[in-house]
Design a protein around this ligand. Sequence first.
Ligand code: ARG
Length: 480
Amino acid sequence: MARKNTAARARKSGSNTMWGGRYKLGPAEIMERINASIGFDRRLYAQDIAGSLAHAEMLVAQGILTAKDGRAIRRGLLKVREEIESGRFKFSTKLEDIHFNVEARLTELIGPAGGRLHTGRSRNDQIALDVRLWVRDTIDRFEVMLRDLQAALIDRADQYSDTIMPGFTHLQTAQPITFGHHLLAYVEMIGRDRSRFADCRARLNESPLGAAALAGSPHPIDPRKTARALGFDRPMANSLDAVSDRDYVIEFIAAASTTAVHLSRLSEEIVIWCSAPFRFISLSDAFTTGSSIMPQKRNPDAAELTRAKVGRIVGAFVALCTILKGLPLTYGKDMQEDKEPLFDAADSLELGIAAMTGMVRDLKANPERMRAVASADYSVATDLADWLVRKVGLPFRQAHHVTGRLVGVASDKGVDLDKLSLAEMQAIEPSIDRSVYRVLTVEASVGARKSFGGTAPANVARSVVEARRRFLGSAKGRSR
Ligand code: ARG
């Protein structure tokens, strides 16, 4: 009765119906605008309702709510969820956030029992829970998507295990490598990215519910029960930490940043590889765009945008750390500002992973062109130096010197090393014999690099099988 009067009075004065008991007037329009988060936190509706269902069930089990109220709340929450999912729900800025929007509608639907749901709970542990659940769901989605990206990379590595391309340092031709080996480097990076997300997931998987506003609850609640019901390993040990911790958001965005850095490096390589001077690969029609003026153009927009997304994601990381830095315990409204960067970072990365997977799945290499470029610029000079060490017994430093002089002679003549005559070579190092020519091809160069983790086609073929086992959990066959 008293409660009803308060709400009625609040409605009349224009003060907030959820907390306006002691207020005579409603908030200024600008207050409402700066305060409201419903514009973006409506995305948390599924997590919010899942949390409320578990909380209500626990309240009934503990004898805090009657079974009848519990049933009404459950029915009401499912109805609210259905309204939101069918687009019929009317979100209200006056009701600030997702928690109040759901609770207000619940009470409209089921009456005063709706007002009992918030017993032993606060929006502070509620938002901490919702964001935790959202990050956990997102990590689970990324895990599947990153695995798909690895599968696409491994399939291309399999297809191009003996395709020779130039390996670069300083973007200068260094030594011949295989395209498959190059692609498998990214499989390793994405593997570490997956494990960073998995680490983050393992650490975040504790439930903040039960902390209430900050100090815990005088009601006989059972945080273990809600933790179990929501798939958490345990409730958080300290109520103050439970409502103020956003480490998991920082960790998640840090892992997302690292992944985005990897995607941007591969994107940059794709942009370079499909440029006219390189022509190493071509992208499919599905992942390029045309120009409005130059009919011949095929622009790698998806790669460029994936290359750029890292800016927003790393920006979100900086934003989060800056928001939380110096924030006194426990909850501060500052924390509401975590959501937009978090959502933007996650959306950006999700798009980037999907676009990269599509590009990799469709890309076609141009082996003739790659081989031609790999053979130029004395890329087998190191092979010659290594041959001098193995066959002639020169110390490597001296072999390096001799090779340098031979490169000088060839370069003056404008020919490749294998076009120098034996006499020309012997003029510089008399012990060189005819067998040297065998190491002066790009095929011999990559074939010889059989050391563990090296680029030899035989290694790559083995690594493809290994990678499928390590990352995709399959013993053999193509990944998809
Ligand atoms: N909208 C708030 C947020 O995102 C929810 C928690 C509000 N708690 C409070 N005491 N005002 O952080």
